[in-house]
Design a protein around this ligand. Sequence first.
Ligand code: KG4
Ligand code: ZN
Length: 342
Amino acid sequence: MNKPNKCILGIESSCDDTCVAIVSEPNHILSNIVISQDQEHKPFSGVVPEIAARSHMQNLKNALTSALDESGKSLSDISAIAATTGPGLIGGVIVGAMFGRSIASVLGKPFISINHLEGHLLTIKLTHNINYPYLLLLASGGHCQFINAQGLGKYSILGQTIDDSVGESFDKVAKMLKLGFPGGPKIEQLAKSGDPLKFNLPKPLINSNDCNMSFSGLKTAVNLLIQKLDITDVNIINDVSASFQYTIASVLTSKMRYAIKLYEQYSNNKLVVVSGGVAANQYLINILKEEADKLGYSLISPPIKLCTDNAAMIAYAGLERLNESMIDRVFCPKARWSLEEL
Ligand code: KG4
Ligand code: ZN
């Protein structure tokens, strides 16, 4: 008799979305529930860690019930439980990890501790049939890194931001323009009606001979600029959004060129993957894709819903680790946890 496909329950609670998903072998997303906390954090124009942790406690049970209902599975069908155990806001990480650990204990099933960044790194394998190695640009609210992904758990960082992440810059500029939270999608939308060349903004580290990045000077420049402008004028907001987004695109394009040079020393698989919340930005993806094409590379990114935080990516990372018997790590929630430590 054929063995039934493994079914993994995934839990993600490292930031402001409470997520539970069920993924079955080899890559079927049976359910992918995201309970957004945007409305709770909106008055503060950013994520408040205590509110996030409390909200995860309130939402996890409902998210689990919905994930099971939608998938048509019951807890007895679950082969293992995978939860984010870092990096992230430690209160939320502990809540989600303990929730998952308790379910695993009660069911007598394996608990798989997952690094959130590895979730973003592997998401593309849920939707595209690709093999290692690949060059990854991971751009989210907390990270901006170029990574050489050589195999499961074998990752090296080729370069990264030395201060703010790209997502954080989008959020901070949106806050300055009083656009609300999260900022990325709003800026992308408004930029469509703006002139990307209207304001000339700095591109920090653009000439450094590496793929490290810096975005905090850009954010300060936008702040200084808008003090001289009338930001109640919608055309001005559109132009600032477009110019800022254009500048980010120029920096990322130039740094991707350098990252490719480094990556080529290790691999001839001409594939770039962009993932993390910022990969939801289709303007950035299209510009990066054009540049990758010129260099003879394919550039792919997950569908928008799988770019931002979700538990399907955590469940999938759990499945890959379960299949490779790479689940015997000591479980310890961490606020910081580099991909190079896996
Ligand atoms: O991966 P993610 O959901 O959470 C973290 O792991 O941090 O990324 C969230 C970040 C936020 O900073 C958000 O503004 C940004 O991704 N983001 C975007 C877009 N959608 C989300 N940034 C630019 N354009 C977007 N369309
Ligand atoms: Zn994330």
